[in-house]
Design a protein around this ligand. Structure first.
Ligand code: A2P
Length: 278
């Protein structure tokens, strides 16, 4: 199967605050802290990724920071995201701890990881983190449309510019996507491969075969073609490279529609089918 090579330029999407986010990022959820994480991030940077997505809850910020330093790539060329763990109280204190672990002066994006305890209480602290220039952009994750609307209503200086949610053809949250667009919030996809579950779906496989691409590339391209940033995770170098080759082909309208029809959410405006927090 053709996996293609990394195209030299990863397209970006302009956020409502004017900052730009690369449509391809590297996700490190469930990558253990230490050598494995640092090696995976190094492989991604060598393959041309310039966007790394970590979180306080992942426990691997130190390894991400080590890989950033070892790469020798200038800080401003890499878009770094981390996420506020909402089991803690103070987004400012937690981003300051993240910056120490990462060994950098600011993150490009800081988002509330999930709306534990309600969607609005942490937002003033997120705005403060941005005012202190600890984060260039701020946003949320796992927020439904109504939770996003509540957050926008309490925002006094900076509204959220991103909502990072589980999003794939099988979790085609069209109500959420259209609501986000209307509110000036960019939707970002996590688990675009369904943590691997969607890769052997027959429709995805058929489209991949006909386009000379891999199932992973088809699933990721389905997002990227809508200007939705993707964050595929892999600890295998060849897959890291494969997942980066998304911008030298396009899916036809009919293939996009066939993939849309795989939706199992009823085109929901919810972010999740179930919550892991109370
Ligand atoms: P691994 O890390 O062993 O390569 P998601 O991004 O939706 O969370 O999916 C990540 C999962 O999919 C991981 O288990 C990862 O396994 C696997 N994966 C990532 N890229 C590919 C690929 N190109 N082909 C097959 N499996 C992949």
């Amino acid at each position: 199967m053709t996996s293609g090579g990394m195209t030299s330029e990863v397209p970006t999407r302009k956020l409502a605050d004017g900052n730009e986010i690369p449509l391809l990022g590297f996700g490190v959820w469930q990558v253990p802290d230490g050598t494995e994480c640092a090696a995976a991030v190094r492989a991604a940077l060598e393959a041309g990724y310039r966007h790394i997505d970590t979180a306080q809850a992942y426990g691997n910020e130190e390894s991400v920071g080590r890989a950033l330093r070892e790469s020798g790539i200038a800080r401003e060329q890499i878009f770094v995201t981390t996420k506020f763990y909402p089991g803690k109280k103070d987004p400012v204190a937690e981003i300051e701890a993240s910056l120490r672990r990462l060994g950098i002066d600011y993150v490009d994006l800081y988002i509330i990881h999930w709306p534990q305890g309600g969607p609005t209480w942490a937002w003033p602290g997120m705005e403060r983190a941005r005012e202190l220039e600890h984060a260039r952009s701020i946003g949320v994750s796992n927020f439904s449309l109504s939770e996003l609307e509540q957050t926008l209503a309490v925002s006094t200086s900076t509204p959220p510019v991103i909502n990072q949610v589980q999003f794939s053809p099988f979790e085609f949250r069209q109500g959420l996507l259209e609501g986000c667009e209307r509110l000036g919030v960019s939707l970002e996809s996590y688990s675009s491969l369904g943590t691997g579950r969607h890769l052997d779906d027959p429709t995805v496989e058929t489209i991949a075969k006909a386009s000379g691409r891999t199932p992973a590339q088809v699933l990721l391209r389905w997002c990227a073609q809508r200007e939705i940033p993707v964050l595929p995770k892999s600890t295998h170098k060849e897959r890291i490279i494969e997942n980066s080759a998304l911008f030298d082909f396009a899916l036809s309208d009919s293939d996009m529609a066939k993939l849309d029809d795989l939706d199992t959410t009823g085109r929901t405006s919810a972010a999740r089918e179930g919550k892991w927090w109370s």
